[in-house]
Design a protein around this ligand. Structure first.
Ligand code: FDA
Length: 305
């Protein structure tokens, strides 16, 4: 049943018609629980609040479908505005982005041009930009772009997904670039030809990748809500004397907030991924797909105004 619901929400996440409707309707149906607001002002206020609790953040201006150069450039402008707002407000946050928003599906050159603009701004402000990893179709090109950008910038990081068979090889390869990586399980629906179909295999691979990247001496962001993986990372660091400034934990805004605060209390660096913007629909559907039990809070959201 869970698998059925998961596929259903992933299917819904791709609906352009529903995306348009959602934009018109505004943050609703429980989305406010996992999206920090529609404007940059609301998002910065939330980040300030989280910083006050000892959490650091990464802001993500949500966007899903980009069809023209104009839209891609506009999306990059939003990223730049977000970096400016972080700098001006003095909050502790970096930026996460998706390269399809910056025109990756239109042309690699357009995406590179926008990435350079964004990274220049981040560099000027002494900030860091993380490239989220999207579906498998974008994996190789994302790694290629990352390497090209690393020749010019050191304030950029990437994400590697534990559900992909190729990721072990990618981690080995990216070691040569001292890549600052966020490691995740993977959020998209991928076929068994490219991704482990069983959760237990994804979890095992996740642990293997964390160990590899940390033992190679590279900065690692362990992004998960899974207690088992978090405990594995803590034990590994303890056992192998890995300094706490070589890794951080990351979780999504509004998910397992108590655990986030506990990690801070224990002295770990804990970064919250804070999405904001009017284009919240696809993000929200992917979060529902991860945990269909969350449908309960969507239903509550519909009745609680
Ligand atoms: P898992 O799904 O096994 O969940 C473990 C436990 O966490 C659950 O039992 C539940 O208690 C809790 N939980 C998990 N999801 C929940 C939810 N939505 N609501 C409530 N509770 C929940 N993916 C990707 O493909 N590319 C990317 O760039 C990123 N970036 C990213 C950044 C950050 C900061 C995070 C935390 C995650 C991502 N992801 C991602 C998503 C990631 O791939 C994965 O889909 C989710 O993190 C869910 O997997 P978990 O590791 O949390 O474990």
């Amino acid at each position: 049943m869970d698998q059925l619901l998961k596929n259903f929400f992933l299917f819904l996440s791709k609906s352009r018609g529903l995306n348009r409707m959602a934009k018109r309707y505004g943050l609703a149906l429980g989305a406010r629980r996992v999206v920090a607001g529609e404007t940059i002002e609301e998002a910065i206020a939330k980040v300030k609040e989280l910083n006050g609790q000892g959490l650091v953040c990464t802001l993500d201006h949500l966007g899903e479908f980009v069809f023209s150069e104009e839209e891609a450039n506009e999306s990059a402008d939003y990223c730049i505005r977000t970096l400016d707002a972080i700098y001006e407000s003095g909050v502790n946050s970096n930026l996460s982005l998706k390269m399809t928003q910056l025109g990756l599906d239109i042309s690699k050159d357009l995406c590179m041009k926008n990435m350079r603009r964004i990274l220049e701004t981040a560099k000027k402000h002494g900030n860091f930009v993380r490239i989220d990893m999207e579906d498998y179709a974008h994996c190789q090109v994302s790694i290629d772009i990352y390497k090209e950008l690393r020749k010019e910038f050191d304030n950029v990081g990437l994400v590697i997904q534990a559900y992909l068979y190729r990721s072990e090889q990618d981690i080995q390869d990216l070691n040569g670039w001292n890549a600052n990586l966020r490691l995740v399980k993977g959020a998209y629906k991928e076929p068994a030809e490219v991704a482990f179909p069983e959760k237990k295999d994804v979890d095992e691979n996740f642990k293997k990748l964390i160990k590899m990247h940390l033992n190679n001496g590279n900065y690692t962001a362990v992004a998960t809500h899974d207690d088992n993986i978090i405990q594995f990372t803590k034990d590994l660091a303890e056992k192998e004397n890995i300094p706490r400034n070589l890794f951080e934990f990351q979780m999504l805004y509004g998910i397992r907030t108590q655990s986030q605060l506990e990690l801070v209390k224990e002295g770990y660096k804990m970064r919250v991924y804070v999405p904001y913007g009017t284009d919240w629909y696809g993000y929200f559907m992917r979060r529902l797909a991860e945990r269909p039990a969350n449908v309960a809070f969507v239903l509550k959201g519909m009745f609680k105004k």
